[in-house]
Design a protein around this ligand. Structure first.
Ligand code: XLS
Ligand code: NI
Ligand code: NI
Length: 443
């Protein structure tokens, strides 16, 4: 591999300098080499860079074209541009000290005139990706296929009314699975790009859901046949681009997977902004997935609660992230998942340096939340409060309810003859919120 040129001149590898530093291009809370419980922070947090935002994002919006112009995008041959872009990407991954990255097939290599040509481009770029992974130690957290940008997918991929489009999508995912396996991808994500509908006037909802399930079964079978061992993840989102997406939220995703006998093959990739679009908190979605043993990975970002779409911003809300982290740690962590920054720069943030500020903020916020959540869980005050709140189920008739060894008749008799009227008890929400605040602000 020939030595590539420097793409981020003047920006050094980001160092950990502690909370009091004045250096804006340093970490205050994320020290990737700090060992906690026998594992480094890098190993605990498994941060990942989203190729599509960090290296394909241009700042374009429905009102105007891109504003972000990177020097490596200027060549004429799309495959050699893709190669140079990837050199720049790996320089960034190293300088920002992210151990992982994630991509859609079409992020890393251009779409060809035919499927065969697209596959050829992908093979060429995947070989380059492998070389760069070997040279830097950066690994692939997950791969996925872009089944939503090309006009052929205007009415969905596996839920498209045209079986021809289903077949094309199947071929594309087949290849994406092969590439993900080849690059050692630890997971594979299915985000339902346009798998939903705009109007029921032209839609057979039942058939579309059956087709989506057939597609996922085929993916499971193919992964098995090639020996891909990575975890399959569903990434729910309630709307956008379609008016109604089938993988609305974690709860509807669980119901869908169980309906079609897919539940043992999938976990969830939970995105903060998708949770809030569905009318849930980030922590709610994590708890629902964890309760089903299906917490897989996180797309780390934030939405703007005043806007009704996926703004994909970097999240620096330490309170929200601490609550999320408490639920994640209580669930035993993310396993083969990680925290992938599915987040983009605002349109006026055009300098390469902005890409660093954005990720430094996101990583520091998560690192701080991780430390706070660990302290909170170690103290056990909230755990103890909740345990006491449910203590009546630990023994006697409460235990019998939980283990299903009682019934309406027995419980009626118990109330009539012994228990009488229950005594209401305070939920103490305000006390608990103050307790949380004491951890967040200098306990
Ligand atoms: C879009 C999704 C997408 C997935 C990957 O809203 O977040 O970026 O993460 O296809
Ligand atoms: Ni996402
Ligand atoms: Ni999103």
């Amino acid at each position: 591999m020939k030595k590539s040129r420097i793409h981020f001149p003047g920006i050094a590898t980001v160092a950990y300098e502690g909370p009091r530093t004045d250096n804006a291009l340093a970490f205050r809370h994320y020290d990737p080499t700090e060992v906690i419980d026998g594992r480094t922070m890098a190993e605990h947090l498994r941060f990942s860079i989203a190729y599509w935002h960090a290296f394909r994002g241009t700042g374009a919006d429905p009102f105007g074209p891109g504003t972000i112009v990177r020097p490596w995008e200027s060549g004429r041959d799309p495959v050699s541009v893709a190669r140079t872009r990837m050199d720049a990407a790996f320089e960034f991954f190293q300088k920002i000290r992210a151990p992982f990255y994630c991509f859609h097939d079409r992020d890393i290599a251009p779409e060809g005139r035919t499927l065969a040509e697209s596959n050829k481009f992908l093979d060429a770029i995947a070989a380059h990706a492998w070389d760069l992974q070997q040279a830097t130690g950066v690994k692939l957290l997950w791969g996925t296929a872009n089944l939503f940008s090309h006009p052929r997918y205007l009415a969905g991929a596996s839920t498209n009314p045209d079986a021809h489009v289903f077949a094309y999508a199947a071929a594309q995912v087949k290849k994406a699975l092969e590439i993900t396996k080849q690059l050692g991808g630890e997971n594979y994500v299915f985000w339902g790009g346009r798998e939903g509908y705009e109007t029921l006037l032209n839609t057979n909802l039942k058939r579309e859901q059956d087709h989506l399930a057939a597609f996922l079964h085929m993916a499971v079978d193919y992964a098995k046949s090639i020996g891909f061992k990575g975890q399959f993840l569903i990434e729910p989102k309630p709307k956008e681009p379609t008016k109604h997406q089938y993988d609305f939220d974690v709860a509807s995703g669980i119901a869908f997977l169980r309906t079609y006998g897919l539940e043992s093959h999938f976990k969830f990739n939970i995105e903060t902004n998708h949770a809030t679009l569905a009318g849930h908190t980030f922590q709610h979605e994590i708890e629902v997935a964890a309760a089903a043993g299906m917490l897989g990975s996180i797309d780390a970002n934030a939405g703007d609660l005043l806007l009704g779409w996926d703004t994909d911003q970097f999240n620096t809300d330490v309170r929200e992230l601490t609550l999320a982290m408490i639920s994640i740690l209580r669930a035993g962590g993310l396993g083969s998942g990680g925290f992938n920054f599915d987040a983009k720069l605002r349109r006026p943030s055009i300098d390469p340096e902005d890409l660093f500020h954005a990720h430094i903020g996101g990583m520091d916020a998560y690192a701080l939340a991780f430390k706070l959540a660990r302290r909170i869980l170690a103290d056990g005050k909230f755990e103890q409060f909740v345990a006491e709140r449910y203590a009546s189920y630990d023994s006697g008739f409460g235990r019998a309810i939980e283990t299903r060894r009682t019934n309406f008749r027995q419980l009626e008799k118990l109330v009539l003859t012994q228990l009488g009227e229950p005594t209401p008890r305070s939920g103490r929400q305000e006390y608990l919120e103050n307790l949380l605040m004491s951890y967040l602000h200098g306990r």
